[in-house]
Design a protein around this ligand. Sequence first.
Ligand SMILES: Nc1nc2c(c(=O)[nH]1)N[C@H]1C(S)=C(S)[C@@H](COP(=O)(O)O)O[C@H]1N2
Ligand SMILES: [Mo]
Length: 413
Amino acid sequence: MEWLKGLRKGYGRKLVSLHTWNGWIVLILALTGLILISGLWRGVLGEVRVWIKWAHIVVGIISIVPVVYYLLLAAKHWKQLRGKPWQRFNVLVILGLLLGWFGSGIVLWQFKAFGPANSNIALFVHDALTWVGLPYIIYHSITRLKWLKQPQRLSVKAPQEEETLHPAANPQAVYTRRAFIKWTIGAGLAVTLGPSFLQWLGRSLGGGTGNLEQLIENDANRMVPPPQPLPASAPPIGGGSQGRFRVYTVTPIPQFSNADWSFTIDGLVENKLHYDWERFVAMPRVAEVSDFHCVTGWSVYSNTWEGIPLKTLLAEAGVSDQARTVKFYSGDGVYTDSLTLEQVEEMDDVLVAVMHDGKPIPSDLGGPVKLIVPQMYAYKSVKWLNRIELIDGDHDGYWIVRGYAKDAWVTKS
Ligand SMILES: Nc1nc2c(c(=O)[nH]1)N[C@H]1C(S)=C(S)[C@@H](COP(=O)(O)O)O[C@H]1N2
Ligand SMILES: [Mo]
């Protein structure tokens, strides 16, 4: 029976090293994932953020290796855990988490192939598992730390009662103390994370207009006169947008008033155009309904945007023959993107928008003027748009330089 012992020993070591590997992988994924969802880092990290995203994806893919390896050993481990329902439960929870994260992660990674509707679901699942799973894993890790397993280290020298210092002499006391610490850690996690979890849940399942009202209330722009909505905008023909805009920016949110706002169309055009707000807001507009999809998995559906068709503005300026690309500048001074004239030719619904669902676009969402390219992912929709330049070359926009695909078309489903 010597060989069996050897195998058991090897098997035990394998399990332990699997557990360690898994722990490190989850730690890396948690850290990189948390950095990715915190908006704060968008501007600060810039390019680094794209590396972090790739690290998250690569490590995420690798994370399937220990899972598959474990599954090969699982039958034996499962038998070994007979009579330990909590440990069995733990194994199932961890496996469920890892597989769920993995599956939804693949969809988020391959967002183009799966399309926005599946990406929306995958993002919800990925986030939901994180909200439940990360606290679970943190709890699991803390309560299994060595100092918790060796309760004598914890005991403050109790004055009279010898027993409390010696677990063996009074196992009941130790058990109670350990349980107390576990409960405290659990309650601590629940109290610190609970409220934000409930907020997230409400936002995700709430549908409707999400935070739009608040963003409108916080509008820092001071443009006069405000744009007057077309009948198609108020009430909005789309019936009101569905979903929640994440406010994305790579700079502090800029704010504008008539004094410091203008709109320019220049470069390879016959007539350079320069507008102040009064003239800009007096131009005829159209209203259109479209969905807004971000590559990170969220969408806002049925937006009624009101604005000037890009083609109308370009026709007014008169595009020169040498021009090949339309370059868009943001009033934040940093963000740019572009469309080729060929792409512009293909799309009749690109809008230089000033209103959303019958209201001025608030500063957080890119007002007073935001480019809307409904058939492409939202990184094309330049916020705080204030200049359009016609150029003869090519132009890679802010996120394209930092790794986003040049081909931003949303696959129609
Ligand atoms: N100026 C500027 N425009 C921008 C961005 C940005 O960071 N700065 N982010 C883009 C991306 S990736 C998305 S998803 C949308 C988000 O629009 P929202 O902040 O109005 O939701 O804006 C796009 N336009
Ligand atoms: Mo985005």
